[in-house]
Design a protein around this ligand. Structure first.
Ligand code: F6R
Length: 258
């Protein structure tokens, strides 16, 4: 796991650089997109690059990580609507190129199986962008998630519903209790996983993700099993790490040998 500690604005441009480099090398790459606050600077940066003509998503495909169950199609709080507003409407994906799990399906289990099938048919995810929850979730894999899990229905833990109440006018009871989420096994299949974490509320989960024991108690620790994971942290989210000096040294000297 590569750990990059910098400021939030720099994280936005560094991750956008990674996406741009991938699309230059592989214009039909498959991206994995997180919603929530963490990737917003990345999406702003990518939108600016498309608008000034320096990059294009026209050949790319994308899959979102998760979706609430029970919100009607088009609800502005659904993750499908959020990713449309935050990224898709501001860049140049081809129509139909961005996919999300269907939280409105009559048969949710079948929708999950179909989502895994669609990811596989697209050739798998080249670059997965992730945030991390204060509970240690990645996507909506809450504590006790199987490290081998695939896309499925999950129940959100109370802390996540409290954290996300800000998107529901502060009303925790309005936050759905269930979701569809890519599994930890699905995420581990991505060719490169990038995690973005900012703010002190994430520090405990970041500590576990980078330096804790691999355990379903902290689902983010599954990323220690990923062959290529890069974690972008601001100083506040990195504050509880033990080996920060080493991580900085690795980044400072990596060009000499890599
Ligand atoms: C969102 C997702 C979640 C968020 C996490 C952090 O699609 O999968 O895991 O990334 O809850 O949310 P923010 O970035 O809003 O702090």
């Amino acid at each position: 796991m590569e750990v990059v500690i910098t400021d939030a604005a720099t994280i936005g441009s560094l991750v956008a650089d990674r996406v741009q480099a991938l699309l230059e090398r592989k214009p039909d790459a498959v991206l994995g997109l997180a919603t929530g606050s963490s990737p917003l600077r990345v999406y702003d940066d990518l939108a600016a690059r498309v608008q000034n003509g320096s990059m294009s998503f026209s050949g790319a495909h994308a899959f979102t990580l998760d979706e609430y169950v029970g919100l009607p199609e088009g609800d502005p709080r659904s993750y499908r609507s959020v990713i449309d507003v935050e990224l898709v409407s501001r860049v140049d994906f081809a129509p139909g190129a961005v996919h999300g799990p269907d939280g409105t399906a009559a048969d949710l289990d079948a929708a999950c199986i179909d989502y895994e099938r669609r990811i596989a048919a697209a050739g798998g995810i080249d670059l997965q962008i992730l945030g991390i929850g204060t509970t240690g979730h990645i996507a909506f894999n809450e504590p006790s998630s199987s490290l081998a899990s695939r896309t499925r229905v999950k129940t959100l833990i109370a802390q996540t519903r409290r954290d996300n109440a800000r998107f529901f006018d502060g009303d925790v009871d309005a936050v759905p209790k269930h979701c569809l989420t890519q599994g930890l096994g699905t995420i581990l299949d991505s060719r490169h996983a990038i995690v973005i974490a900012t703010g002190s509320a994430k520090a405990a989960a970041v500590r576990q993700m980078v330096e804790g024991s691999v355990s379903a108690r902290w689902p983010c620790t599954a990323l220690q099993l990923h062959p290529k994971a890069t974690v972008y942290l601001d100083e506040a989210s990195a504050a509880e790490l033990e080996l920060t000096e080493y991580y900085r040294e690795v980044v400072e000297h990596r060009s000499a040998v890599q």
